[in-house]
Design a protein around this ligand. Sequence first.
Ligand code: SIN
Length: 326
Amino acid sequence: MQAKNQKIVVLGTGGTIAGVSASANEGLAYKAAQRGIDDLLDAVLGHQQHWPEALLDCQFESEQVAQLDSKDMDFETWIHLAQRCEHWLSHSDVAGLVITHGTDTLEETAYFLSQVLSAAKPVVLTCAMRPANFKDADGPQNLRDALLVAATTQGLGVYMVAAGEIHHSQYVQKVHPTRLNAFDSGETGLAGRVHNDRVQWLDTFNTPNTSAKLRVSQLPPATQWPWVEIVMNHVNASTQHIDALVQAGVKGLVVAGTGNGSVSTKLMASLVLAQKAGVEVRLATRCNQGVVVPTENHIFDATGGLSPVKTRVALLLDMMSQLQSH
Ligand code: SIN
């Protein structure tokens, strides 16, 4: 537990956790990103007599960094969010950060932040599957759990908390479009759990060794980020889109291959041509569990051990850090 008066800063970015539907019975048709972060925090911290003990020793501050449905998350907002995180993390009285975020692209933002922030304090993303005015909204409990995780010191780095589960940013994926427990960390498993206001870190969990790829201050303006797309292998995959992307100036491609990163002969030929034309190509798997195990048959770099969307973030950051070093 933190010493008295350590501060937890809560940054709002929108999402369903801040969403509102037409009635308290409507949990699927709603507008995300309607309620401000102060309201969300008030709903959790309004009654101090119900606070868990670990939070009694903390102060709270909030900032609305963005207000969007995370399907519309963009590089400008990422840069701004990373800057605000870095700002607050540099304050000696700040013990940790909580970020409220939409579930749809949370795993990408969490991974991005893990790669550009120093991991000396916990940064905990949280979210909800039901809008804030739904009769059994999950947001308040998730936010409360995330505050608790941020107020403990064991989980340094970037985590996400939802449905009583703590996931590491490197492994977490949204795996279900509607159920309350929509996230999974695959065969790596959970980093921990929050039960009844108690944070339990799982002894079996090993924190991955992620050192910052690029510092926040080194991030170029969003308009200068390289253009990187994801393409997928599937039955009778066409290649016209690869050729069109190359023609249009794409700089990087992530291939979500089948199985252990296999790619059809036709698609492979097109990707090899793209690579020859200077496009950086990385390989991941479209399987939603496990990662590509690189073999000598793999032509493209498959070493990241990340999902396709996170491989794209890693490639973006690698390309930008290469540009910095030239
Ligand atoms: C969003 O990702 O912002 C909307 C969906 C959600 O938060 O569940």
